[in-house]
Ligand binder design. Structure first.
Ligand SMILES: C[S@@+](CC[C@H](N)C(=O)[O-])C[C@H]1O[C@@H](n2cnc3c(N)ncnc32)[C@H](O)[C@@H]1O
Length: 211
């Protein structure tokens, strides 16, 4: 997820300016991703405050002991935020919980704020996330640890895109361009990417049509 941390200024330009709140929803058994996010935000803009939120009080207690501002909570009732990151949380939920969760999270954004919600593979080497807010999009990223082929993104999709068919055309076109490309995984990613390439291995696609 360090790859995502480095992209935050491109995904949410407002983060660089003035005081603001960032929420990480979902800590995990150890709050490593939140600690890394906290460090990345400090480097970007020391006036940003990170709040880590989890439904599990034990995880919140641990995060607090490790120096994070953390509290128990869920999708609703979050403070006004410039950025909310919610990774690998909704994959545990039924698909019909997603729309409500997205609305609650978007409601908590300040004007111009961004919600990043999605899923990574097990090691966090590649993933797919909704970028919701003013300009909705779908972010695909890989650090190339596992090489690159478009189909690698069909596993870690945001919950509401699993088996939805909404990305069939995108993946078919992407695969055709990838098959026609040559070179290293990085070069083939660049040659076939289905949208704006933000960094090596990172592409922001327009949001797919609703189902
Ligand atoms: C798989 S971990 C993800 C940790 C981290 N975000 C990552 O990507 O590595 C999921 C975490 O989300 C928490 N969680 C589940 N539902 C939640 C909700 N509605 N609000 C906040 N946290 C939630 C779980 O307790 C767990 O700590």
């Amino acid at each position: 997820m360090r790859c995502l941390d480095a992209l935050l200024p491109a995904l949410c330009p407002g983060l660089s300016r003035g005081p603001g709140r960032v929420v990480e929803l979902g800590l995990g058994s150890m709050p490593w991703t939140s600690l890394e996010l906290s460090e990345a935000l400090r480097r970007l803009n020391p006036e940003l405050a990170l709040l880590a939120v989890d439904t599990d009080p034990e995880r919140v207690r641990l995060a607090t002991a490790m120096g994070l501002e953390a509290r128990t909570g869920g999708f609703g009732g979050l403070p006004r935020s410039r950025l909310i990151r919610c990774m690998n949380v909704l994959r545990q939920y039924p698909v019909d919980a997603v729309e409500r969760a997205h609305s609650l999270l978007i409601e908590a954004l300040e004007p111009g704020g961004v919600l990043l919600e999605g899923t990574t593979d097990k090691g966090g080497h590649h993933g797919v996330a909704w970028v919701l807010g003013a300009e909705p999009g779908l972010l695909f990223w890989t650090d190339f640890t596992r090489g690159f082929a478009p189909r690698m993104f069909q596993g870690p999709l945001p919950r509401d895109l699993w088996r939805s068919g909404r990305l069939d055309v995108l993946f078919a076109d992407w695969t055709a361009r990838w098959e026609a490309s040559q070179g290293t995984p990085r070069q083939r990613f660049l040659a076939s990417a289905p949208g704006r390439v933000l960094a090596p291995g990172v592409v922001l696609s327009p949001a797919p049509d609703p189902s």
